[in-house]
Design a protein around this ligand. Structure first.
Ligand code: ZN
Length: 274
């Protein structure tokens, strides 16, 4: 049963959420060692529409003119995010650091480094997220200056960055109310099909559903969204995990993971009868 469940989750993730792995995730009290692949002042500023109440978190579709964008029309507030390509030593891959400039953000520290050294690409940095939620902060530690030799590691272009973020942050908050409108968009058509199939039974809050999961199930979800085992171990209990998941990920994504679990329980038309 358990392995089947994990397979279901993986399938779901492969279809929908895997792109989030390209965006570096900072678990509480975890350290990432990275090499910036571009200068602090050549990163990209990306505008996101962000509304906590309706769970909208999506890139603005028309950052130039703010005209051809549904969320602009609806006057959903805009949050500016800054994005850099980095080499992530944990995953040995190019990842994006995507962060706002104020509040809990490594950017103020990075600005200090840039002013100190005149560059942020001449050495590795350890970036540590301390604590979690609104009381968290980032500690940025510069390592010794060293040449970075890796011809594979190239920063993403702005177009690529936008594509990655588009996939990573597609909010489905309006699925229930605006099904018709949503279906006109190619990008969500697959999801709409899924959603309509399962529509009748998801009124219970996503959070309460998460609260029914045990630590093993939560662990699988955490590993799938890119957390390391070590990072997961830093959680004391289920409540801690749920708190972190809900403060980091959109409910729509968390819901997708849950739907994977639901599929497993209800539509179990395959060969395991145990
Ligand atoms: Zn917009």
């Amino acid at each position: 049963m358990a392995t089947n469940l994990i397979k279901q989750m993986k399938d779901r993730i492969a279809k929908s959420g895997s792109s989030k792995k390209e965006v570096l995730y900072f678990a509480p009290d975890s350290v990432k060692r990275v090499r910036f692949l571009q200068e602090l002042d050549t990163g990209h500023m990306i505008e996101f529409h962000s509304d906590f109440d309706t769970h909208v978190y999506e890139m603005c579709k028309d950052p130039e003119d703010h005209e051809n964008c549904k969320l602009c029309e609806e006057q959903v507030p805009i949050l500016e995010n800054y994005v850099w390509s980095v080499w992530d030593y944990d995953s040995n891959a190019v990842r994006l650091i995507c962060t706002k400039a104020t509040g809990i953000s490594p950017i103020p520290a990075l600005i200090e480094m840039f002013e100190e050294f005149g560059t942020i690409t001449d050495r590795d940095y350890k970036i540590k997220k301390v604590g979690k939620g609104t009381g968290g902060s980032f500690v940025v530690t510069p390592l010794d200056k060293s040449t970075f030799r890796n011809s594979k590691a190239k920063p993403y272009t702005e177009k690529q960055v936008r594509e990655i973020l588009e996939k990573a942050f597609t909010s489905q908050a309006n699925d229930d109310e605006n099904d018709d409108e949503e279906e006109e968009e190619e990008t969500v058509s697959k999801k709409s099909k899924k959603a309509s199939k399962k529509a009748p039974k998801k009124k219970r809050s996503i959070r309460s559903k998460f609260e029914e999961l045990d630590m093993d199930q939560l662990k699988e979800i955490c590993l799938e969204v890119g957390m390391s085992r070590k990072e997961f171990k830093s959680f004391d209990n289920e409540e801690d995990v749920i708190e972190e998941l809900f403060s980091t990920y959109e409910e729509s994504d968390l819901e997708e993971l849950l739907e994977g679990l639901d599929d497993d329980e209800d539509d179990d038309d395959e060969d395991d009868e145990d």
